[in-house]
Unconditional design. Structure first.
Lengths: 108, 295
């Protein structure tokens, strides 16, 4: 059951978080997300997310390098990522507090 | 920029299967992302998981195309042209179904579901035709006026095919029935020929406005109204054909005594054609509605 929570990882957020470091092309994004965030994005998911983020103005394409096209996060994308990160931090804080209360109660 | 990560496998070119999967995507998507997706697949090794994920996402890419890849009026026009073609084909199929079932009085006793299916089919088909006609009429008149203003006989001729083609088709039908018809109707081969004539007529009737939409490129509220009502007409005709499919399956199961109905090939062909035309119209309708409602 615990591992099932991984499925609820938000792919657009993962891509934005990856691009917050520096511009990357598709394969580099999936490699970075897998190595640093432990989530494997497949090609279908990646390009669906890229097109949505691009349509929403959260990322933008750069000049292609051969057939590969790098993307970079826009100012609107960085703001959206910051807001969502704050929300997630808050959720994580609440979750940790409640889990520690729960373990405290169990130990009493 | 970060260096390119080491690829697991770098074949000389994308495997044919990868190209085949990407060919399932809409042209605008392929033009924008096709090359880089192929490069991605070459770097990643194009494993079955990667290909399956691309395959899985192909249908949503048609139904909900990314807004930045299309001009919404262009997408509405394309959707309208496709719906007209699929709708016309379904209408001919509906006529053939009606002739082969209701007009023969085939309704096995003890199975009211077939009678109900006939009723739903008739009402939904008529409603769909009314909605489509009413929704497209303002756009049709607008385009006719523009063709006349531009002194374009070609555009006028294209726009008149929804009237001229059915009239010509009915005249041809009358001639055929006069020559080979008898009190019991026509033979199976003539019935097939008349059905093919119906499909040709429907294709001509729908192709004319499709060509005019492509050349005149109308925009504005009339296009939006036509796209939305065409989507409603599509939903309604899908209901009609779901009812016809139910009736056809019922006849296959319960009308053994009538020649021709207990035939799996005929039933399978009918259901396959209905499903293909219905799916084409449904995907196009979704795209058109999505564009019409986009801000």
């Amino acid at each position: 059951m615990t591992d099932r929570l991984d499925r609820w990882a938000d792919p657009p957020l993962l891509v934005l978080a990856s691009l917050a470091e520096e511009p990357k092309h598709g394969y580099a994004i999936t490699q970075d997300v897998a190595q640093t965030m432990g989530v494997r994005l497949t090609a279908g998911t990646l390009y669906a997310v890229i097109s949505r983020l691009e349509a929403g103005g959260l990322i933008e394409p750069l000049e292609p390098e051969g057939r590969r096209r790098p993307y970079r996060i826009t100012a609107a994308g960085a703001q959206a990522l910051a807001r969502q990160s704050e929300r997630m931090s808050h959720v994580a804080l609440v979750a940790r507090q409640r889990l520690s209360m729960r373990s405290g109660l169990a130990g009493a | 920029m970060r260096g390119i990560p080491a690829a697991r496998h770098t074949p000389a070119g994308a495997p044919p299967l990868a190209r085949a999967v990407l060919a399932l995507y809409p042209p605008a998507w392929r033009a924008r992302y096709g090359d880089e997706a192929l490069a991605y697949l070459e770097e990643s090794g194009a494993g079955s998981g990667e290909l399956a994920s691309l395959l899985w996402r192909a249908a949503p890419a048609w139904a909900w195309p990314p807004a930045h890849l299309h001009d919404p009026p262009a997408r509405m026009r394309a959707s309208l042209a496709t719906i007209l073609m699929a709708w016309s084909a379904l209408a001919v199929l509906g006529g053939a179904f009606d002739q082969l079932t209701q007009q023969q009085g085939i309704a096995p006793a003890g199975h009211p579901v077939i009678g109900w299916s006939y009723a739903i089919f008739g009402v939904a088909l008529a409603l769909s035709a009314l909605v489509l006609g009413a929704g497209c009429l303002p756009l049709w008149l607008l385009m006719l006026r523009r063709a006349r203003r531009d002194h374009s006989p070609r555009a006028t001729a294209c726009l008149l095919t929804p009237v001229a083609a059915p009239v010509a088709g009915l005249l041809a039908l009358a001639l055929i029935l006069g020559a080979v018809g008898h009190p019991g109707g026509v033979g199976p081969w003539w019935f097939l020929a008349i059905t093919m004539l119906g499909f040709a007529t429907a294709a001509m009737a729908a192709a004319g406005p499709g060509i005019a939409l492509r050349t005149q490129r109308p925009r504005g509220p009339a296009v939006r109204l036509a796209a939305v009502t065409a989507a409603i007409a599509t939903a309604t005709i899908i209901v009609a054909f779901a009812a016809s499919a139910l009736a056809a399956i019922g006849l296959y199961l319960w009308a053994h005594q009538f020649a021709g109905y207990h035939n799996g090939v005929l039933l399978g062909t009918y259901l396959a054609v209905v499903a293909a035309a219905g799916a084409t119209a449904a995907v196009s309708a979704t795209r058109g509605t999505y564009a019409a409602l986009a801000r």
